[in-house]
Design a protein around this ligand. Sequence first.
Ligand SMILES: NC(=O)c1ccc[n+]([C@@H]2O[C@H](COP(=O)([O-])OP(=O)(O)OC[C@H]3O[C@@H](n4cnc5c(N)ncnc54)[C@H](OP(=O)(O)O)[C@@H]3O)[C@@H](O)[C@H]2O)c1
Length: 333
Amino acid sequence: MTSILFLGVSGQIGGAFITAFREKYLDIPVTFYLRSTELDSVLHDLGNTTIIHGTFDQLDEIERLASSHPFVFNFAASMNVPVTEAIIRGVRTRKVQTGATSVVYHLSGAGNFVDNSKSGDYIPTNHRFDDANPDDVRTVSAANLPNGPCDELLFAAASTGEAKVYFVCPGGTYGHSHRHVGRSVGSASAFAPGRWVDYMTQNTEALGFGAYVGSGTSVFGVVHVDDIVSLAMLVYQKILDTVDSYKPEDVYHYWYNGVSSEEPSKKIAAAFAKLQARRGKITSPETKSVAYEDAGFTARYIAGNMLIECNNSISLGWRPQGPDLYTTLEQLE
Ligand SMILES: NC(=O)c1ccc[n+]([C@@H]2O[C@H](COP(=O)([O-])OP(=O)(O)OC[C@H]3O[C@@H](n4cnc5c(N)ncnc54)[C@H](OP(=O)(O)O)[C@@H]3O)[C@@H](O)[C@H]2O)c1
């Protein structure tokens, strides 16, 4: 019987995904590994679930759990190398003990593909990273920050036949999902805005204004959380359809970008300034063009361009539905 070890169920994406997943796959046993306890009752009510509390510092426990589940969903730690290494060690142990190759379903992140320009200008490219081109996927390495170090380890594990790895690679994710598993118990995580929105609101608050660099025409790729959930469900179906015939080389065919629109950084800055002014976190919805060095800790995402294609995702039938970033930010409390 298949079973899943799931990391990240209390996150913005994982908590929304699990609702859709459980609706479609009623009986698959799922072990949730998480540190908070507030979701315990709703996770228990999903049926066929085991809850294990722990943190990402408990690497032996993660390794042990990975070694006893044929599927590991990492919807939590795209930048955490020790966690990825622990998962791979567990998968390796399971292969030695059972002869079976486990599936690792991993959320990476499209921050990997920001062009590192510091100008804040739109800089076109004649070659966008295309998820449907295995030669493009082959270029992903530890140099693609911030998620590449984990991705590289997983490519190595897949290409040596140690694991069957599938990737979803979200852009800056926004929105609360109405279907987050923690909503019914008022869990804070169900209403958390997600990492990118969190980074941008913090940066705007710290600076006291909405920052862009240079002309502010550089673009960043974004996506609504529910659209990442729909993509992740399509990729899970792809896993089911391909897992039995998976060959090591296939890993370069199973990378799925999730970006639904490219937004100019000046417009993003204005939206976050408006949000933070409305919340009383800054005094006015002012925006300013600043030097890269003065754009705060999200400068790389503000000044650079993320120019990628989602052709592999589209080939699965993925059609993002929104709502768009600006409507969503206006609705945030
Ligand atoms: N949101 C984005 O814009 C975006 C874009 C690209 C890629 N990603 C990647 O996609 C994945 C999911 O993103 P998300 O936005 O859903 O993340 P999130 O809302 O920040 O959730 C992160 C999850 O990781 C858990 N976690 C974090 N540190 C932990 C620790 N030390 N020990 C145990 N659990 C820990 C959290 O548990 P607690 O509830 O206990 O904190 C939560 O379940 C992440 O790997 C992220 O890097 C996200």
